[in-house]
Design a protein around this ligand. Structure first.
Ligand code: XMP
Length: 517
């Protein structure tokens, strides 16, 4: 991709949000660590830069600095919080510790001349509710700058050198708590930097198809299709680019949900006309999982086995040079930062797409610059069915980690039936997109006493998990309507043999995780 905005990350927890907002304005942007190699950043010819916030004080000896090449480009720059202080200091202004640290909501007053950053916000809206989070503040402006906004605690809440297109904001326009913050970022990209808002799903598809054709040429590509939105959009884009050169391998691990294997085959083979090789490896997975109850071992076994089966099937295809993966932008960004290595391992995530590099394939990753919501928009533009585009996340190890204790065919069938009822009811109530971002049933390794008809029962317990979340890093349990819960419970107990009790999980994440294992 060419043009757009380069965002330099100085360590703020909100940097990804800046990228989201710019993309929402249909302007392409890329995120880089502040100390990325200049050639890497400049390769996409940014028409402007945004400097993110960060947890440092510009005066700390080891604080990140503003790399010289940024100013040398003579393109507009917007510094946010720490980014603004860096810009001010670099250009000859003075930054000092504020008498009072300012965290949370504040009101700023827009003053100074009309300018393209605030555009039509000023006037008539001369006051904005914003989100602040800083310890240092600008005490003296650099030459050529004017004050564009002030707050009770920050005499320079926004500054600008209109002639050079250099701006700074003490507050965070990228967070939802800042009034009209998304508009300010859009103004910067479009009015200050002159970017064309042509980053749309249709444009992405067109560019991506051309890039895939160029990369792949006349070679063949194999793609592991799971039926999830990422692998589905990846496969569809590649199919559109190189048609029959793509073969998709769909491994039925036996750990999938009700009707899922049939739906995937129907959609991709019948509806979309792709070369799809379904492999039913249920027996193989069940045998490998026999007697295993430890969650991490289950994850490991499913992950390992998946790779084996995939390798075996891919080998049958003959000479294949490329492997398609549905890697997304957040994975790319995270894998660069130190956070990933430092984070404690809570559970081993196994991605159906995450195959080892030593498989001797070259990678095709058409989604590596997209966020999840953009992948969905592209999926819609490609005409994929709603059930796929809006499919909730499903873990690689599948139902193996939703059956606590040993995984057997009988227990899988019990869970599938209960889960099928839950999803049917939630879909019917219109809650699968907005009401809960992830919902599923869990089969517990205990039995409980009940009474049915006139007899005592001693049967399985099913737990229902439904959460609301933005990023799956934290989550709250969904406050589902009680009548709906009653109907789900009734139907499961009546329709699923061997289950006599249903419980609802009311734990948030943290301290619990979303999955039970
Ligand atoms: P937890 O349980 O860690 O889950 O709160 C967070 C999100 O990740 C999903 N998940 C996985 N996704 N492979 C995946 O691709 C996995 O092994 C895996 N384990 C959990 C989980 O469903 C939730 O959306």
């Amino acid at each position: 991709m060419q043009g757009g905005i380069g965002i330099l990350n100085f360590g703020s927890q909100y940097t990804q949000l800046i990228a989201r907002r710019v993309r929402e304005a249909h302007v392409y942007c890329e995120l880089f660590p502040w100390d990325a190699a200049p050639a890497e950043v400049l390769a996409s010819h940014p028409q402007g830069f945004i400097l993110s916030g960060g947890p440092f004080s510009v005066y700390a000896s080891d604080a990140p600095h503003l790399p010289a090449y940024v100013l040398e480009q003579n393109v507009p720059i917007l510094g946010i919080c720490y980014g603004m202080q860096l810009l001010a200091r670099q250009l000859g202004g003075r930054v000092t510790p504020a008498a009072r640290r300012e965290y949370g909501p504040a009101e700023v007053e827009l003053i100074g001349p009309p300018n393209p950053l605030f555009g039509d916000l000023h006037p008539p809206a001369s006051r904005l509710e914003v989100w602040m989070s800083h310890g240092d503040r600008i005490e003296a402006l650099p030459p050529g700058f004017e004050v564009l906004a002030r707050s009770a605690n920050s005499p320079v809440a926004a500054m600008g050198d209109l002639a050079r297109g250099l701006y700074g904001l003490q507050f965070h326009p990228e967070v939802a708590h800042t009034d009209r913050g998304a508009e300010i970022l859009r103004h910067f990209a479009i009015h200050v930097c002159g970017c064309t808002p042509h980053w749309t799903p249709a444009a992405f598809i067109q560019q991506s198809v051309a890039a895939i054709r160029e990369q792949v040429g006349a070679e063949r590509v194999v793609c592991g299709l799971s039926g999830g939105v990422d692998s589905s959009v990846t496969a569809t884009l590649i199919h559109r680019a190189v048609g029959e050169q793509l073969a998709c391998v769909f491994v039925n691990t036996g750990m999938l949900r009700q009707d899922e294997p049939e739906q995937v085959v129907h959609t991709f083979r019948e509806q979309l006309g792709m070369r799809l090789l379904p492999v039913d490896a249920t027996e193989e997975f069940l045998t490998a999982l026999q007697g295993v109850t430890d969650p991490e071992r289950k994850r490991h076994i499913v992950g390992e086995r998946f790779i084996r089966v995939f390798e075996r099937e891919a080998a049958r295809l003959g000479e294949v040079r490329f492997l398609a993966q549905g890697t997304l932008y957040p994975d790319v960004i995270e894998s660069r930062g130190p956070e990933r290595q430092a984070a404690a391992r809570i559970k081993t995530h196994h991605n159906v797409g995450g195959l080892p590099q030593d498989m001797q394939f070259e990678l095709v990753e058409p989604l590596r610059y997209l966020f999840k919501d953009e992948v969905r928009a592209v999926g819609e533009a490609l005409g994929l069915p709603e059930e796929i585009v809006w499919r909730q996340p499903f873990p690689g190890p599948g139902l193996a980690v939703r059956i606590l204790g040993e995984v057997t065919w009988e227990r899988l069938e019990t869970l599938r039936a209960a889960d099928g009822i839950l999803l049917e009811e939630l879909r019917g109530a219109g809650l699968l997109r907005a009401g809960t971002q992830q919902a599923f049933a869990v089969l517990l390794p205990v039995r409980s006493v009940g009474v049915m008809g006139d007899g005592r029962t001693y049967q399985h317990v099913v737990a229902i998990r439904a959460v609301t979340t933005e990023d799956f890093m934290t989550a709250d349990w969904a406050r589902l309507d009680h009548d709906l819960l009653a109907r789900i419970s009734n139907r499961i107990v009546n329709e699923v043999p061997g289950v006599n009790r249903v419980v609802y999980d009311i734990t948030s994440k943290p301290p619990a995780t979303i999955e039970w294992e």
